[in-house]
Design a protein around this ligand. Structure first.
Ligand code: NAP
Length: 227
C-alpha cells in the first residue's frame, strides 16, 4: 500500500509536478493550494484528494493538517512546499504588511504544519517531513531581504526539527533548490530547472531507502554559481 502524503503548494510549479509523480507511483496524496480551479484540474488528472486553504491564516493551516489526516487516515509524509516570492524590493521600501504576509506563508505555516505532523508521527514513531527551503537560505541577496531572511529562518528551524524528530524516528529533509522555471517569478527562465525536474529530486528523497535519512538536498541549474 502506498504511503499517504500531504503536499502544500500543489496547484502550481514544483508541488503540482510532485503530486503528479507521487500519484503515478502509487502514493495517496492530499494536495492543497488556494486556486480551486487548478486544484480541481489536478484532482481530475491524478486522482489525488485535496482542499483549498490559504496558509496565510494560521488557524486554517493548523486545521488543514487535521482535515488531511482524516481524509488520508494518517499522514506518512508531509511536504511543506507552498511559498511565495514577494519580489525584489530595497529594504527601505518594504512595508510592515509585506513582511508579515511573507512571514505567514514562508515561515509560520510550515512551522505550524511541522508541529502538527510531529505530534502525529512521534506517536507512531515513523514519518518523513520535507521542507522546501531555497538555495538562498545558504547565501544572501540585495533587495530580497524578506524572502531570503525567512528562508534562512526556515533553514534554521528545519535543522532544529531534524534533531528533535530523530529522537522519535521521524525523518526530516531540508530541500534547497536553486532557480526553477515556475510562476514563482513573473519572467520566464528557461535557463533554470524545469518544475518536473525539481520535483523529481524531492520524490527521490521520499523514496530513499528505509534506513537512510537525507538531511539536506541542495541542487541547482548548471548556470548558477552562487555556492
Ligand atoms: N521557483 C524557484 O526558483 C524556487 C527556488 C527555490 C525555492 N523555491 C521554493 O519552492 C517552493 C515552490 O515554489 P514554486 O516555484 O513551485 O512556486 P509557484 O509555481 O509560484 O507555486 C507556489 C505554490 O504555493 C501556493 N501558495 C502560495 N501562497 C499560498 C498561500 N497563501 N496559501 C496556500 N498556498 C499558497 C500556490 O498556490 P495558489 O497559486 O493556488 O495560491 C502554489 O501552488 C516555494 O516554497 C519556493 O519558495 C522556488
Amino acid at each position: 500500500m502506498g504511503r499517504k502524503v500531504l503536499v502544500t503548494g500543489a496547484t502550481r510549479g514544483i508541488g503540482c509536478e510532485m503530486t503528479k509523480q507521487l500519484c503515478a507511483q502509487g502514493f495517496t496524496v492530499f494536495a492543497t493550494g488556494r486556486d480551486q480551479s487548478l486544484l480541481n484540474d489536478l484532482k481530475k488528472e491524478t486522482g489525488c484528494l485535496g482542499e483549498v486553504c490559504d496558509l496565510a491564516d494560521a488557524s486554517a493551516a493548523v486545521a488543514l493538517y487535521e482535515k488531511a489526516r482524516r481524509a488520508l487516515g494518517q499522514i506518512d509524509v508531509l511536504v511543506n512546499n507552498a511559498g511565495f516570492n514577494p519580489g525584489k524590493n530595497p529594504l527601505v521600501e518594504v512595508s510592515t504588511e509585506q513582511l508579515d504576509a511573507s512571514y505567514a506563508v514562508n515561515f509560520r505555516a510550515p512551522y505550524l504544519l511541522c508541529r502538527e505532523a510531529l505530534k502525529e508521527m512521534s506517536a507512531r514513531r515513523s514519518g518523513h517531513i520535507l521542507n522546501v527551503v531555497s538555495s538562498l537560505a545558504r547565501t544572501s541577496a540585495p533587495n530580497y531581504s524578506t524572502y531570503c531572511s525567512l528562508k534562512h529562518a526556515l533553514h534554521g528551524f528545519t535543522q532544529c526539527l531534524a534533531k528533535e524528530a530523530r529522537l522519535v524516528d521521524v525523518k526530516v529533509t531540508g530541500v534547497y533548490p536553486g532557480g526553477v522555471d515556475t510562476d514563482f517569478r513573473i519572467e520566464d527562465r528557461p535557463d533554470y530547472m524545469r518544475a518536473d525536474s525539481a520535483a523529481r529530486m524531492i520524490v527521490q528523497c521520499i523514496n530513499a531507502p528505509e534506513d537512510v535519512v537525507v538531511h539536506e538536498l541542495v541542487y541547482r541549474p548548471m548556470i548558477e554559481s552562487n555556492f
